[in-house]
Write a protein that binds this ligand. Structure first.
Ligand SMILES: [Zn+2]
Length: 87
């Protein structure tokens, strides 16, 4: 079958409309900047606990949820929810 390629997604065709199944996650970016040391922290997966150098801030949760641990000073939130405009 030279012209057939198998994808991981299996498209569904209803009438003339072709649907592709994607797995939507609650978040597409889990990131924050520490206001003390200005480090950018990105949690890339659900158990990716990332702390900054000064110890003021840590992020966790990856794309599944947002977890923030912080000391006396705050952070600047950079996370994006699925469906928000990325540009
Ligand atoms: Zn810091």
């Amino acid at each position: 079958m030279p012209n057939q390629t198998k994808n991981h997604t299996s498209p569904l065709t209803l009438g003339s409309i072709r649907y592709e199944t994607v797995r939507l996650r609650p978040y597409q970016l889990n990131a924050a900047i520490c206001l003390v040391c200005n480090n950018l922290l990105i949690s890339e997966h659900v158990h990716d606990f990332v702390a900054c150098d000064c110890g003021n801030l840590a992020v966790d949760g990856g794309m599944e949820y947002l977890k923030r641990s912080w000391g006396g000073r705050g952070w600047r939130e950079l996370s994006l929810k699925t469906g928000e405009d990325v540009t």
